[in-house]
Write a protein that binds this ligand. Structure first.
Ligand code: ZN
Length: 480
């Protein structure tokens, strides 16, 4: 870490919208279909074809902008971004240049315990390019490349942040929160592995405290949270070394090589394409009804940060517990349902974060009513924690019997009767005179062994609190 420089990071995030049809034609957006099976004259850019804007894509862009606290512009329009590449059938991409659909906004998120805000500069609508499949590892060492236009024309939003981010880890946390927001509002499946969420990052260094920004480098196509953070870490160090040796940073685009763990020059500023933006003559500008915009804003669901604060303030959960429920919304929704029948937030979240999480990831979620019943048995001390685990495992096999019925059928009631347990304790101490002697001479860690023996002798049914008290009485009574 350098103390001489500030790191300045900005992100551009592409989010594929979850519409059923493409942005400007009625082709399906389904992922994984046979190559070039979801294409038509419009998305292939054949002469004479006329596009029409997908209203759902506009709606999703407005919802996304609202969730990111953006100004929604009632007037916006579409431009052609011209460049030649085989994945772009029309040789231009429909995008929004001077008049984007969303203006300034922001996203708040936590970096450890600190609430940070990153400003959003704008969000614009555009269309996706096709996909190239190279015969080799990359286009350079390939004999040929195949092209699949199924993806061409899928609607995207591009979210551009201000250069507000000061560390690679913060960039990752911002992107994680952004992805969560997109999931909550259900405008995208945000599958990074399928390319529905992609990120480019700008990074520069400047002398600590200086108001003047340094020369920025753009890193393209970061396709995982890990890649984003690692690429920025690498680039930060690379730039620091160049600057400390008296060199200058070239303005350029770089790519991230995951296997080599480094960024590499893709193209310099001199080679930057001139996109020659101009208005698309076939697409009318958007004139959105302010009432419609307002209604979409009002229909936003509870967003991740609101949920986090509610769970902490009203349900008194720790930040860690609340973040678990927010980051795994299926667990968060289940939590709310269990709370209806068993209103003890702490106990519910403890259950959900424990063995339940592991089992649910394998088998799917249980009925919230059954979970409430199980928690009630634990709260009433009918069963102990071990038995709670056993019942949980049973419920994952079948939910036909209620936890109380399982207790009855299997005889899994907790054994709390002190007289009965005292006999067990006395028997175990009598069987282990050497160990009792060693404990009395100060080997405190043997206490756990005796607890374990009692639990084993009672097949896990003993009330651990009662066993604990009995053992203390019996062992420490005779201690030297
Ligand atoms: Zn089409």
């Amino acid at each position: 870490m350098s103390r001489k420089y500030d790191t300045v990071i900005g992100l551009e995030i592409h989010v594929a919208l979850l519409t059923e049809s493409k942005f400007l034609c009625s082709c399906s957006t389904e992922f994984g279909a046979p190559p070039n099976s979801h294409c038509c004259p419009i998305c292939l850019g054949l002469p004479g074809s006329l596009p029409a804007i997908n209203a759902k894509a506009v709606e999703y862009a407005v919802i996304a902008g609202s969730a990111l606290n953006c100004v929604i512009n009632p007037f916006s329009k579409f431009d052609r971004k011209n460049y030649f590449y085989p994945d772009l059938p029309k040789a231009y991409q429909i995008t929004q240049d001077a008049y984007p659909i969303c203006g300034p906004g922001y996203l708040d998120y936590y970096v450890q315990d600190k609430l940070e805000r990153t400003k959003i500069v704008r969000i614009h609508l555009e269309e996706e390019a096709g996909k190239l499949i190279h015969s080799g590892e990359s286009i350079i060492d390939s004999e040929y490349s195949l092209v699949d236009y199924n993806r061409a024309g899928i609607p995207l939003i591009e979210i551009v942040t201000a250069p507000d981010i000061t560390a690679p880890e913060q960039a990752r946390l911002f992107l994680e929160q952004l992805r969560l927001v997109m999931n909550y509002i259900q405008v995208s499946d945000t599958k990074m592995e399928e390319g529905s969420l992609r990120c480019d990052a700008n990074i520069s260094l400047k002398p600590k405290g200086s108001p003047v920004l340094g020369t920025k480098v753009e890193i393209k196509n970061l396709n995982s949270f890990r890649a984003l953070e690692r690429a920025l870490e690498f680039e930060k160090e690379r730039q620091r070394e160049v600057l400390e040796q008296g060199g200058q940073i070239e303005q350029e685009s770089r790519t991230w090589d995951e296997r080599a763990g480094k960024t590499m020059t893709m193209r310099s500023k001199a080679d930057a394409p001139d996109y020659r933006f101009f208005p698309d003559p076939n697409l009318p500008p958007l004139n959105l009804d302010p009432v419609w915009i307002e209604n979409l804003k009002k229909s936003l669901p509870e967003l991740p940060l609101e949920r986090l604060h509610r769970l902490k303030d009203q349900d008194r959960l720790s930040h860690y517990e609340a973040a678990f429920l927010v980051n795994y919304p299926d667990f968060g929704d289940l939590f709310e349902k269990v709370k209806v029948t068993f209103p003890e937030p702490k106990a519910i979240v403890n259950l959900l974060m424990g063995d339940y999480a592991r089992l649910a990831r394998e088998h799917g979620h249980l009925n919230p009513v059954r979970l409430g019943e199980l928690l009630q048995l634990l709260a009433d001390e009918v069963i102990n924690k071990n038995q709670g685990k056993d019942i949980l495992e049973e419920l994952f096999k079948t939910e036909e019997d209620s936890p109380a019925e399982i207790v009855e059928k299997r005889g899994w009631r907790m054994l709390s009767d002190a007289a009965q347990l005292r006999k067990v304790v006395e028997g175990i101490l009598a069987d282990n005179p050497d160990l009792v002697g060693r404990f009395r001479n100060g080997e405190n860690k043997l206490f756990g062994f005796f607890i374990g023996q009692v639990m084993r002798a009672t097949e896990g049914k003993a009330d651990p609190e009662v066993v604990n008290n009995l053992l203390r009485e019996e062992l420490e009574g005779g201690r030297n």
